[in-house]
Design a protein around this ligand. Structure first.
Ligand code: COA
Length: 265
């Protein structure tokens, strides 16, 4: 899908300096992910990846109640084998785009993050949740399984024991419980959510942009590799960044006791 911001129906994109704030915007359906919404998210994140003026992204849901309450059940209820596989792949590829984006993505979990909504948050780099959020993978209670990466990313983040409990019971957890099991990074009172997300995103934006991209790549790719290969990847990326003007500026700024001035569009 080619990207024209004026044609977005279910997603909002707002720029604040070097931050991009992406909002899933179907509040009447608790921001459930239908095909249109997935395609728009895919196009928006594609454009953000290519935009050197964007240093970090915050992803959230419209309204007070939900981050994203899942894949759209009215769509799922009509699918067969072929479109079921295609729907899962479309969602997975969009979320892979977020996971491999060259800049940090913070999920501002402002309410229900269920099913595809939790899977979307899992594809982000950091999750900051409002105290009122509820997070879970209720798919088995609908007679299906998670299909947007939940069976793979949740055990990698929280361990197989926690993942299997959440996936096999289908029960959601509170934000405080999510913090305890490592599913979210920070829990805040609801009015503080966006301010906290912006503060963390701006801190990341103050760091070297190529360093952020390479550090993310080292973690994201390395976690799937045997340790010896992952360490080689880290060494290769470390070598690559040692040739950059960014490294020279970062080190010169330290030695000259000043803030670095990164090259950004
Ligand atoms: N897909 C499609 N529509 C959804 C949805 C989803 N995943 N989640 C919520 N909605 C819709 C509801 O059907 C309702 O639409 P309507 O007003 O046209 O009937 C609207 O959003 C509001 O939801 P409602 O259920 O009335 O809100 P609630 O506060 O009573 O309950 C939830 C909130 C999140 C507990 C409940 O909506 C829910 O269980 N949603 C499904 C969660 C889920 O199983 N997600 C995984 C899907 S694989």
């Amino acid at each position: 899908m080619s990207f024209d911001p004026n044609t977005l129906q279910n997603v909002q994109l707002v720029r604040e300096g070097h931050l991009a704030i992406v909002t899933v915007n179907r509040p009447a359906k608790l921001n459930a992910l239908d095909g249109q919404t997935i395609a728009e998210l895919d196009a928006v994140f594609g454009s953000l990846d290519a935009d050197d003026g964007v240093g970090a992204v915050i992803l959230t849901g419209a309204g007070e109640k939900a981050f994203v309450a899942g894949a759209d059940i009215s769509v799922l209820s009509k699918q067969g084998v072929l479109d079921g596989t295609q729907n899962a792949r479309a969602g997975q590829l969009m979320m892979l785009r977020i996971e491999t984006l060259r800049k940090p993505v913070i999920a501002a979990v402002n309410g229900f993050a269920l099913g595809g909504g939790l899977e979307l948050a899992l594809a982000c780099d950091v999750r900051i949740a409002s105290k009122t959020a509820k997070l879970g993978l209720p798919e088995v209670s609908l007679g299906i399984i998670p299909g947007y990466g939940g069976t793979q990313r949740l055990p990698r983040l929280c361990g197989t024991g926690v993942a299997l409990q959440l996936i096999l019971t289908g029960d959601p957890v509170t934000a405080d419980e999510a913090l305890r099991i490592g599913l979210v990074n920070v829990v805040v009172e609801p009015p503080e959510l966006m301010a906290q997300c912006k503060a963390m995103a701006l801190k990341m934006v103050s760091r070297g942009p190529t360093a952020l991209a390479m550090a993310k790549q080292a973690v994201r790719r390395g976690v799937h590799m045997p340790i010896a290969d992952a360490l080689q990847l880290e060494a290769d990326l470390f070598g690559a960044i040692s040739s950059t003007a960014e490294m020279k500026e970062g080190m010169a700024a330290f030695l000259e006791k000043r803030k670095p001035s990164w090259l950004r569009a």
